[in-house]
Design a protein around this ligand. Structure first.
Ligand SMILES: Cc1cc2nc3c(=O)[nH]c(=O)nc-3n(C[C@H](O)[C@H](O)[C@H](O)COP(=O)(O)O)c2cc1C
Length: 295
């Protein structure tokens, strides 16, 4: 692993690709035509690795990176329109699962896929808890139900409503008021009676996405990571879905935080459930975006 910023003059062909792909334009040609790092910009390098990934002669050396450890050779042809569209059109939010555990090696592949999700800044802030212990999810469910029971009650009180809205922020509060509370009001009797699980959906496995509350852009990063996660699950013959109903319950419950090993410093941003799908969908669903403006 290189510990200093080096462009190997013996192999560099001064093609300039590194300078063009660098988000901060931290690499340029000097007066003699040699590619060099700009010392005035190195402090703001986000360590994205793009200069090393694009260099045809492996001449770039960025501290902390090694060609052997941190890069993978790509096939000549990457990306296939039909494969991509087949994958995204056939994906569904899966909420019904076979009674079958997900092998660890498949969960590891999902984790690998998630690590390829683009981060706003490196190092990556997203942290995962991969819950392969189905029993733990089942034990967590009553605590989640207790949280929603409390929340539905609290939302009847205007003072509590104000406190929740201050704490949650406008976007999350709208989700709580317009979706979670009405949904939970109808579901709670059956959830409490144990006749349905409309929270964890009987999933055999679950992945939690959390991050330090002081990290930058961690929520956006977590949702992009989550998207990679459920697409990877689908590609692997599994099914799953984002589950925004789960994070607030874990976030606000001491017991659940402990059960899922969430550090006090961290926010549980997102979650996905995963398992073998019980049903096969016959067709994709076409939807229109809210608006598309062409300029
Ligand atoms: C960020 C996000 C959060 C979601 N949270 C939940 C949830 O809490 N419970 C649930 O049943 N589905 C949840 N879903 C699944 C959506 O309801 C689902 O994607 C939507 O109904 C469209 O169905 P499709 O994914 O099959 O196209 C979530 C999806 C996303 C993207």
């Amino acid at each position: 692993m290189e510990e200093s910023w080096i462009i190997d003059a013996a192999t560099c062909k001064a093609c300039g690709l590194c300078g063009d792909v660098c988000p901060n334009r931290s690499i340029h040609k000097d007066a003699s035509g040699k590619m060099v790092f700009r010392s005035d910009r190195l402090a703001t390098c986000i360590r994205c690795g793009q200069c090393m990934a694009v260099c045809p002669t492996q001449s770039m050396h960025v501290p902390g990176f090694s060609y052997e450890r941190d890069f993978i050779d790509l096939p000549k042809q990457t990306g296939s329109e039909s494969l991509f569209f087949d994958l995204i059109t056939s994906r569904r939010a899966v909420r019904n699962f076979q009674d079958k555990p997900v092998p660890r090696e498949l969960l590891e592949k999902i984790v690998r896929a998630i690590a390829f999700a683009p981060p706003s800044f490196t190092p990556i802030k997203t942290e995962l808890v991969v819950v392969q212990n189905t029993e733990l999810i089942r034990r967590a469910l009553p605590h989640m139900i207790a949280f929603f029971d409390f929340m539905v009650g609290a939302m009847k009180n205007p003072v509590m409503q104000l406190m929740i809205s201050r704490r949650a922020g406008r976007e999350k509060f709208n989700v709580i008021r317009q979706h979670m509370v009405p949904l939970m009001k109808t579901r709670l009797p059956d959830l409490k009676a144990g006749t349905e699980d409309t929270i964890t959906r009987g999933a055999p496995a679950m992945i939690l996405f959390h991050a330090n509350r002081d990290a930058e852009n961690y929520r956006a990063d977590a949702y992009i990571a989550l998207t990679y996660g459920f697409l990877a699950a689908h590609a692997l013959g599994l099914g799953g879905s984002a589950m925004d109903i789960i994070p607030p319950a874990i976030e606000r419950s001491k017991e659940l935080r402990a059960m899922f090993a969430i550090p006090d410093t961290n926010e549980v941003v997102a979650s996905m459930i995963v398992g073998y799908p019980k049903y096969r969908y016959q067709r994709a669903i076409k939807r229109d975006l809210h608006s598309v403006t062409w300029l």
